[in-house]
Design a protein around this ligand. Structure first.
Ligand code: KIV
Length: 283
């Protein structure tokens, strides 16, 4: 196992000041977290996208805090050193500031998170403020915010008009003022992302499908490796088709069991002749 230093907030800000892009990936389980730890990924997001990628729902809305805590604990066991972010699921923060603080606290106390992320701009700035005042680092999420996909009219690019782009820019400033140490921009135009990044004073701007000019990049792990069967969004580069490798392996397993070429002697356990003879006498 490859040991590395625990990634901390000052280390992330140092990367920004050294103009070193930050790497961030989603992750929902122990073996994948182990691999991401070995690869030296800076930040891990246990996203509520696990509702779609792991649990097979059509949206992220049915995901509960208990679902999130269970997966986040497994990820922390696999990756003790990445900067771990818990994603606040639908209705775990929208009802009130107090609800938001309590659920953010669960991520820190029960799952060993380093920070939480929540979706929304102006309307959620007081949640960010409350969470940060409770001593919990918080990340905002603007642009395409999947928990509001119905209100946004589907999974589409946000902030294409000047007026909507200005709203996202203002929201980013408000979240920064409320104490968010980072903001994720999902599916906004590249030039808007660049503007927000240039104007950020003490806030790390991360891009998911929003171009190269942020302080770092986030990708959904399942999209990178062909592991989500329903679709692959444009913003996701496929770095390897693990889904295809696994499917071929499964077909081969089924064929080998059927034609009796699996298992072979190296796949089973024997017993000494004398013990077996003795056993037969006992029957
Ligand atoms: O849940 C998630 O994985 C997310 C990403 C879409 C950013 O919030």
């Amino acid at each position: 196992m490859n040991e590395r230093k625990k990634v901390t907030l000052p280390m992330l800000f140092k990367k920004v000041s050294d103009d070193q892009p930050i790497t961030w990936l989603t992750c929902y389980d122990y073996p994948t977290a182990y691999l991401q730890e070995q690869a030296g990924i800076d930040m891990i997001l246990v996203g509520d996208s696990l509702g779609m990628t792991m649990l097979g729902y059509d949206s992220t809305l049915p995901v509960t805090m208990d679902d999130m805590i269970r997966h986040t604990q497994a990820v922390r066991r696999g990756s003790p050193n990445a900067f771990l972010v818990g994603d606040m699921p639908y209705m775990s923060y929208q009802p009130s500031v107090e609800t938001a603080i309590r659920n953010a606290g669960r991520f820190m106390a029960e799952a060993g998170c380093d920070a939480i992320k929540l979706e929304g701009g102006h309307a959620m700035a007081d949640r960010i403020r409350g969470i940060v005042d409770a001593g919990i680092p918080a990340i905002g999420h603007l642009g395409l915010t999947p928990q509001s996909v119905s209100a946004l009219g589907g999974f589409r690019v946000q902030g294409k008009s000047a007026a909507l782009a200005k709203k996202i820019l203002d929201d980013a400033k408000e979240l920064e003022k409320a104490g968010a140490f980072a903001i994720l921009l999902e599916m906004v135009p590249d030039r808007l992302c660049k503007l927000i990044t240039e104007r950020a004073e003490n806030c790390i701007i991360m891009s998911l499908g929003s171009g190269p000019d942020a302080h770092g990049q986030l990708l959904i792990y399942h999209d990178m490796f062909g592991l989500y069967p329903k679709f692959t969004p444009k913003m996701a580069k496929v770095f390897g088709n693990a889904g295809e490798v696994i499917l071929n392996g499964l077909k081969q397993y089924a064929a080998e069991v059927t034609n009796k070429t699996f298992p072979s002697p190296e796949n089973w356990f024997g017993m000494k002749d004398e013990e077996f003879d003795e056993l037969k006498k006992l029957l």
